[in-house]
Design a protein around this ligand. Structure first.
Ligand code: NAD
Length: 499
């Protein structure tokens, strides 16, 4: 039976126009599991209007009361963690344990904002001038919108809306049309936690729906996560309309392996980082950079042996370690990159093409692929593949490896595996990436730090969640007060110095 997904506006389901619905597929079977409507611009207007109307009362609700709702929401998400994970696995394909982990990482952001009264504490200075005090307060922006990718149906929305809402904003989310169901359960849980109607809304759709949000005069800020071409376009269009925009884009994350690293540890770490979630993570490691040929020669057999044992299958099967890709077109794209690498002169050590999941040939499965002797000019290095394709490159020195990473257009994450503190320190200081791991393959920051890349992995000034997220979703007001004795003030025409 097909799930019929609605929008969520003003605290209730809004079926919306059904003439133009999109199919939501189960990538493990290739069969449709749901249909999702595409919001018209008048439906987007309804959602923004509900959020605008809810804003005055919500922004006046004290931070401690907002936090109490977040506490209740936190408990409900924990209670429904497995339900959320099942929806994620069904529509995305990732294995259940991975989906459970994704929900937990989102939940951590909710936990962070349960401390919002403390987080919003401003700075105050006594006696900045004679009888003059100064303090800074952060105020919510108004209606904020989030546009999210298919690959983290719960976590990426939870990078955004808990922070926005806890700061006193109201929110309209446009989730990925490929994986929309988890956000509908999150909307129900927010309502059950006592969030007033209109504070959180969901509209479904694709480009036209996003454009309606981008062009809406009552939307103050846009938080986007997705591919770089779309992130760049959204940043340009949103900021041209005077909105605050943070737009996180694609990635090509490198792991540098020094000669003193333990090769078994490195190979274990690479397996999860390159092939976990079928490589469909913006923090996946897609390039391993061996410092010295000897490192590469030891790494290849260690990886080959592990790849042979990797269990591919539907995400809801307990033994599966890697599920399918999101769609047939994406499977075709990833498959084509293996051929492109081969033509460019890379050595195909393990070929995932055709290593599908035998029983469900209609699913979008590809096996893990390992390419060796990749160089910086090849498309398999320059472009984001977003699948289980790991490229192995060789550099002779750490400096050459850092130069290689810094010459790449993306700068989301980077990691180094080494036992040498000096090498690790140099790498962390010199590499041009927003998130860096030392012996940590996927350095996704915890919720009270902030997530975001450099270069063409992020358009805008603020990373997500943590203090950066709070800054993005609030604006600063700095207040100087003087309480003069009566009749003591006289007009001043020079720049005030307050002393
Ligand atoms: P996508 O860019 O195709 O879609 C992202 C969102 O934008 C979706 O909601 C989609 O409906 C909408 N959209 C798509 N095309 C649009 C257009 N032309 N105009 C306006 N909106 C549009 O990305 P995806 O395929 O869903 O997700 C995978 C990409 O997301 C990868 O590139 C991955 O690296 C990136 N990603 C980045 C991060 C990060 O933190 N930097 C995190 C997760 C995913």
């Amino acid at each position: 039976m097909l799930r019929d997904i609605s929008h969520f506006v003003n605290g209730a389901q809004l079926p919306g126009q059904r003439a133009n619905c999109l199919a939501v597929m189960n990538p493990a079977t290739g069969r449709q599991v749901a249909q999702v409507p595409v919001a018209t611009s008048s439906e987007v207007d309804l959602a923004v209007e509900a959020a605008s109307k809810a804003f005055p009362a919500w922004s006046e609700t004290t931070p401690i009361r907002r936090a109490r709702i977040m506490f209740r929401f936190r408990d409900l998400v924990e209670k429904h963690q497995a339900d959320l994970a099942r929806l994620i696995t069904e529509e995305h394909g990732k294995v259940h344990e991975d989906a459970m982990g994704e929900v937990m990482r989102g939940l951590e952001v909710v936990e962070y904002v349960t401390g919002i009264p403390h987080i919003l504490t401003g700075l105050a200075s006594d006696s900045v001038g004679t009888g003059v005090d100064c303090y800074g307060l952060r105020f919510p922006l108004g209606v904020c919108a989030g546009i999210t990718p298919f690959n983290f149906p719960a976590m990426v929305p939870m990078w955004m809306f808990p922070v926005a809402i806890a700061c006193g904003n109201t929110f309209v989310l446009k989730p990925s049309e490929k994986t929309p169901s988890a956000t509908m359960l999150l909307a129900d849980l927010l309502r059950d936690a006592g969030l007033p109607a209109g504070v959180f809304n969901v509209v479904h759709g694709d480009k036209p729906t996003v454009d309606a949000l981008l062009d809406h005069p009552d939307v103050e800020a846009i938080s986007f996560v997705g591919s770089t071409p779309v992130a760049e376009a959204i940043y340009a269009r949103g900021t041209a309309g005077g909105k605050r925009v943070q737009a996180l884009g694609g990635a090509k994350n490198h792991m540098v392996i020094m000669p003193d690293a333990d090769i078994d540890d490195v190979a274990d770490a690479l397996m999860g980082a390159a092939y976990g979630s079928a490589g469909e993570r913006c923090m996946a490691i897609s390039v391993a950079v061996a410092v010295g040929d000897e490192v590469a020669e030891r790494l290849v057999p260690a990886l080959r042996a592990r790849i042979a044992n990797l269990k591919i299958g539907p995400g809801n099967a307990p033994q599966s370690e890697m599920g399918p890709l999101i769609s047939q077109p994406h499977l075709d794209k990833v498959t084509s990159y293996v051929g492109i690498g081969e033509e460019e002169g890379a050595q195909v050590i393990v070929d995932g093409r055709g290593r599908g999941f035998a029983e469900t040939r209609d699913g979008y499965f590809i096996g893990p692929t390992l390419l060796d002797k990749v160089d910086a000019s090849m498309r398999v290095h320059r472009e984001e593949i977003f699948g289980p394709v790991l490229s192995l490159m060789r550099c002779q020195t750490l400096d050459a490896a850092i130069t290689l990473l810094n010459s790449h257009e993306y700068g989301n994450g980077a990691a180094i595996f080494t036992a040498n503190g000096e090498a690790a320190r140099r790498f962390t200081r010199d590499v041009h990436a927003g998130m860096v791991g030392v012996n940590v393959p996927i350095p996704v920051p915890v919720a009270y730090h902030s997530f975001g890349g450099w270069k063409r992995s992020l358009f805008g000034d603020h990373h997500m969640h943590g203090q950066e997220g709070v800054r993005f979703f609030t604006r600063l007001k700095t207040i100087s007060t003087r309480w003069p004795k009566l009749n003591s003030a006289s007009s001043q025409f020079a720049m005030p110095t307050l002393d």
